[in-house]
Design a binder for this molecule. Structure first.
Ligand SMILES: Cc1ncc(COP(=O)(O)O)c(C=O)c1O
Length: 633
């Protein structure tokens, strides 16, 4: 069974009539809630005409039959924000039932002084039935509403045409809206027996709609199919925790099939930047998808890729340079490694076949990325297949010692600036980073900044390397480039390195490319994402300040080895053996989940990295969950 929301093309479209018909037939499966009411109460009408229905009281009810903010003003009252209304959404009293939520007016009716009802519909995030009346103008009215809803990322499961049957309208709407359309007639009079008779006459239509509902992705129990067919990343095939069945995502929340809303406190593997379905990004996606889908990027270009490259290069510590696109963090790293080696080939130093990485470093799961990461647990198995790389402690002195012996064989060193993520959220200072960059420069070794995790302002500055005032030769970006909406990556190349490739000699081409290089939809979203980032200076500061104060109690705990905070990232390292495989990780994850917070410890390191939209209340819930997890560790 599946919650759903009744939307109308406008006032008087027939939303309550539909709710009456539905509940008359399915009162044993659905409960009713209309959060905001004005004028005659629809909740009372439902309770009166369908005595068996469970009706949840509205959150706000006003006497005057006018727009809710106006009706509220007339009573010197206000209407809460969409976020608060969503927060007040009841759960069905009977766990086997779902909720039928009725909206007021049309989706674009005002909700309060600041928001349209659209914000509420998005926040409720349930599949929608659009009810429309068959009176004259039905086709245009319905299709306009569908288009407007789609452009806002609101999915419709069905359209209900209420009123005297109009087969032409049904056909045209179904054809152009590409959503099943169902025709229903209202009862002859507003009494329970008339309603019952009306439902009996149209039982098969209502049942057909109910059946369709059951087939929507959100309604199916996918657990069994998942276990049978899917292989998840970094997850053993036996003995792993059940994956959370996620049917939606909004702001800092993941919405689960059982109605729970858990806080996505690690931003879905560090990708989600502002919050799930951040409106400007979804808008950019919707607009671009009206024009283009995917086009190859060899011999073809598009405005989104060019605009994005311009924006990205504008944030670099150099003038000029180029952007090479790919589609995930590992490929951005592969590109950087290959480019670094080919650079030296073009400079007549092909003997520079080695790379330097750092202890605790992680750069991805493809072969080149594994070679420069060398994590014994993740990649030890593949050791015989990996190319040469030297892994040294992240210390300028150690690097200097190594380079003074081997610099002539080394193409580049690669580092995650300020925070080594997957290696356990290990942090170093801007001074250390600067000293390391200086050592590389002194020995004429290229400097690759892997900003796949640290980009997007996570550590405080737009790029982490900026905090140290250093100038890398190559910068890898991915994860947050599209704010987490779509996969996209880029390797940003400094002018000096580009210069080595400026040749018409085709053998000097950089022979690398992926089918989805510079996917236009992803680039369109990334343009919007970079613009958003440039609007807000230091978006992580609020979260950093919060962690500094809220996680203080952990600093005194005898089992806490270290508390590390940088930008929006907070990590707590527990005294426990076993590293990434430490059992304590599993226990801490469960303690947090029991408190509605999704965290995924790196073994004995519990960390949070929530999206920027995360409310102070949610931050507090994350901090409380982390403290409880450490106490129960
Ligand atoms: C610093 C860093 N580089 C590269 C990668 C690989 O990115 P992807 O998982 O998109 O391949 C990651 C992933 O966590 C990362 O943290």
């Amino acid at each position: 069974m599946n919650d759903f929301i009744i939307l109308g093309t406008d006032t008087d479209a027939g939303k309550t009539t539909f709710a009456l018909l539905w509940l008359q037939l399915f009162a044993d499966r659905y409960e009713y809630w209309k959060p905001i009411e004005t004028g005659e109460s629809d909740s009372d009408t439902i309770a009166r005409l369908v005595p068996g229905a469970t009706v949840h009281p509205p959150l706000r009810r006003f006497r005057e039959p006018v727009a809710p903010p106006l009706a509220a003003k007339m009573e010197r009252a206000t209407i809460p924000s969409a976020r608060l209304v969503v927060g007040a959404m009841p759960r069905a009293l009977n766990e086997n039932k779902a909720l039928l939520i009725e909206t007021f007016g049309g989706p674009f009716s005002p909700l309060n002084d600041d928001e349209l009802q659209l914000s509420l519909i998005k926040g409720i995030h349930r599949p929608g039935v659009l009810v429309t009346s068959t009176r004259l103008g039905c086709i245009g009215r319905t299709l306009q509403t569908c288009t407007a809803l789609r452009s806002q990322g609101i999915a419709l499961g069905a359209i209900v045409l209420l009123g005297p049957r109009d087969r032409y309208a049904e056909e045209v709407i179904q054809q152009h809206a590409a959503v099943p359309a169902i025709a229903l007639e209202p009862p002859d009079e507003w009494t329970t027996p008339a309603l019952r008779a009306c439902v009996e006459r149209q039982r098969s239509e209502l049942e057909r709609l109910h059946e369709m509902w059951g087939k929507l992705p959100a309604c199916r129990d996918i657990g069994d199919d998942d276990r049978r067919t899917v292989w998840h990343p970094y997850t053993p095939l036996l003995g792993a925790d059940e994956p959370l069945p996620c049917v939606g995502a909004v702001d800092e929340f993941l919405e689960l099939a059982d109605g729970r809303k858990v806080i996505d406190a690690i931003s879905s593997w560090w990708t989600i930047l502002f919050g799930h379905r951040h409106p400007p990004l979804m808008q950019a996606l919707a607009e671009a998808s009206q024009r283009i889908d995917h086009v190859l990027f060899a011999g073809v270009t598009h405005p989104y890729a060019v605009e994005l490259a311009d924006l990205l290069l504008g944030t670099m510590p150099w003038q000029g340079g180029r952007v090479f696109y790919s589609d995930n963090g590992s490929t951005a790293v592969e590109v950087a490694l290959k480019m670094a080696y080919q650079y030296w080939c073009h400079r007549d130093q092909p003997q520079r076949t080695r790379f330097v990485g750092f202890e605790h470093g992680y750069h991805g799961d493809t072969f080149g990325a594994m070679a420069v990461s060398r994590d014994p647990l993740f990649f030890g198995r593949f050791e015989p297949l990996l190319f040469q790389a030297d892994i040294v402690p992240l210390d300028p002195g150690e690097l200097a010692k190594h380079l003074s012996k081997h610099a002539q064989q080394i193409a580049a060193m690669i580092v995650e600036p300020l925070v080594q993520g997957a290696g356990g959220m290990v942090m170093h200072s801007p001074e250390t980073l600067r000293a390391i960059a200086d050592v590389a420069r002194e020995h004429d070794v290229l400097f690759i900044a892997d900003e796949v995790m640290t980009g997007g302002g996570r550590t405080g500055t737009l790029w982490a390397h900026q905090a140290a005032g250093v100038v890398p030769d190559l910068i890898c970006a991915a994860k947050t480039m599209t704010g987490g909406v779509l996969p996209l990556a880029a390797t940003l190349v400094a002018p000096k390195n580009v210069e080595a490739f400026l040749s018409a000699d085709r053998t000097r081409t950089f022979f690398h490319g992926h089918s989805f290089t510079a996917n236009p939809l992803a680039c369109a979203v990334a343009v919007s994402c970079v613009r958003e980032l440039l609007k807000h200076s230091m978006p992580a500061k609020r979260i950093e300040d919060f962690w500094t104060q809220a996680l203080t109690p952990l600093r005194g705990s005898s089992i806490v080895k270290d508390v590390r905070i940088r930008g929006s990232i907070a990590a707590v390292e527990i005294e426990a053996s076993g590293g990434y495989l430490a059992d304590v990780g599993k226990r801490m994850k469960q303690t947090c989940l029991d408190r509605g917070v999704f965290l995924r410890p790196l073994g004995n390191v519990l960390y949070a990295m929530p999206p920027y939209c995360t409310s102070t209340q949610s931050l507090q819930r994350i901090a409380d969950a982390m403290i409880a997890a450490v106490q129960n560790a």
